[in-house]
Design a protein around this ligand. Structure first.
Ligand code: FRU
Length: 474
């Protein structure tokens, strides 16, 4: 099926029931559906939105086009959880059904205010000439899940920026409400803009200034900026597009900056550290983090990238959400690691150098001794010819996707690497699902998250050069 503009922007209620039943069935039967990652029932999932704790539950929305694996008319779909691991889908949605979000309820965030969950997002509107008008719009969700949109946009398009002006992320700092969004200046350079809520009223927003956090040129656009506090330090997550000074082979990088302090008056992240890559794998983007009521910083990421075709497209689904990761800072470095409740997935624990699982749904822990090299295979085939390889060689971690099933996005290479200190033991924890692998090194000092599409039956795990791995079957 060719995704013409007409099809991508067709009204939701014009899709025939037969088509919907068909795509749901196709996606449900896909061999690459995962067992412990959030995925759309059908269609395309991208950015996490409105990640929050409200009314006694964890809430997560996601960007969704339900009718095919295409970036079509976006809405928000909604899941909730008691433990951040098991998520239930319900029928709460933010639909593109007003003038201001007619061409997509784009990304945004959530914040509880007076017993309701305030949803702050970008309404993507296009006029007859297909010119885009980005509005920052709001809605309130009550504890029954009823969503009421504000009649008017909270922030109108701004003359200082092009139509790339989106992804408001609301946060509280010293009892005041702020918001940052991503924008493209008129000279086609990317930036992040800081706003404050006048008198803390979510109806009244005032632009402070562009946020200062780096001397680097941020390419042509910054998507999904997100500010969260870890041990009181501001951590800015961002997706700069078209930046050449950052070392990532992915089409667009997911980056972060840690600062020593946040100064909202001067719109500054004070003493920012160098911008770094958040994840060394193939497929992380648009990560969203927020401070939970107890202060901890929780983050989830879209395991996918814009402008890439994935092997499941023809099966009517694309995109998955990462596990929820907790952010911490150790020795000045950002660490990310799945929340503790991930351990509740473990059913059966044993040790092995090589093991053929019934299906790809397990966790492994491997220690690579200081100054030694190792080779780890996931998704291995019986004849040893296929598998995702993780090679640890002289302080370099090399993830090679070239022999793991269906190949895709080859213009961006099928190897990802990073360097680590091999004078100490390296601890590796990998969470392996049907078509997702999230690998964490040294309890989250480095992360590497990727999509893979192995052939059926390729479920062998193997280590060479280390002691047997601890395996937790899920
Ligand atoms: C990032 C993004 C956002 C936008 C949304 C639309 O992946 O392009 O900037 O709000 O996706 O789905």
């Amino acid at each position: 099926m060719e995704w013409t503009r007409e099809l991508r922007y067709k009204n939701y209620n014009e899709w025939p029931q037969e088509y919907i039943d068909d795509i749901l069935k196709k996606a449900e039967n896909s061999v690459w559906k995962n067992s412990f990652h959030i995925e759309p029932q059908s269609g395309l999932l991208n950015d996490p939105n409105g990640f929050s704790y409200f009314n006694g539950k964890w809430h997560l929305f996601y960007q969704h086009f339900p009718y095919g694996a295409s970036h079509g008319l976006k809405s928000w779909s909604h899941v909730t959880s008691d433990d951040l691991i098991n998520w239930q889908l319900d029928d709460i949605q933010v639909l593109p059904d007003t003038k201001f979000d007619s061409h997509g309820a784009y990304s945004g965030s959530a914040y509880e205010i007076d017993g309701k969950l305030f949803l702050f997002y970008t309404g993507n509107h296009r006029d007859q000439n297909w010119t885009r008008h980005p509005y920052q719009v709001g809605a309130l969700m009550d504890s029954n899940g009823d969503i009421k949109k504000f009649d008017q946009p909270l922030i109108n398009p701004d003359d200082n920026y092009t139509d790339h002006f989106r992804d408001p992320m609301i946060f509280e700092y010293e009892d005041k409400l702020y918001m940052i969004l991503g924008a493209q200046r008129k000279d086609k350079t990317g930036t992040v803009v800081l706003y404050e809520a006048i008198d803390n009223k979510i109806e009244n927003w005032r632009k402070v200034e562009e946020l200062k956090f780096t001397d680097l040129d941020l390419g042509y656009m910054v998507e999904c900026p997100n500010l969260v506090f870890v041990d009181k330090k501001p951590v800015l997550l961002l997706c700069p597009q078209g930046m050449d000074k950052i070392d990532s082979k992915n089409i667009y990088p997911q980056a972060y900056v840690i600062g020593e302090n946040f100064n909202p008056q001067t719109a500054e992240i004070v003493n920012p550290h160098d911008m770094k890559i958040l994840d060394y794998g193939f497929d992380v983007y648009a990560s969203q983090a927020f401070n939970a009521p107890n202060g901890m910083a929780l983050m989830t990421s879209w395991l996918g990238l814009p402008d890439i075709s994935y092997p499941t497209d023809e099966l009517g689904h694309q995109g998955a959400m990462s596990l929820v990761k907790e952010l911490t800072i150790k020795d000045g470095n950002l660490y990310q690691y799945p929340v503790k409740s991930v351990e509740s997935l473990r059913k059966n624990t044993f040790q092995a150098e090589k093991f053929k699982f019934e299906k790809n749904a397990y966790e492994t822990e491997i220690i690579v001794k200081a100054l030694s090299n190792a080779e780890i295979t996931f998704y291995g085939s019986d004849d040893n010819k296929q598998g995702l390889k993780l090679i640890l060689e002289n302080g370099k971690a090399i993830l090679d996707r070239s022999k793991c099933g269906i190949q895709f996005a080859l213009e961006y290479d099928n190897v990802r690497t990073f360097e680590y200190d091999n004078s100490k033991d390296l601890k590796i924890n990998a969470f392996v699902d049907a078509s997702v692998i999230e690998i964490f090194f040294n309890d989250g000092q480095y992360a590497s998250s990727s999509r893979v599409y192995p052939e059926a039956g390729n479920t062998i795990f193997q280590v060479k050069g280390t002691a047997p791995a601890v395996l937790h079957e899920f």
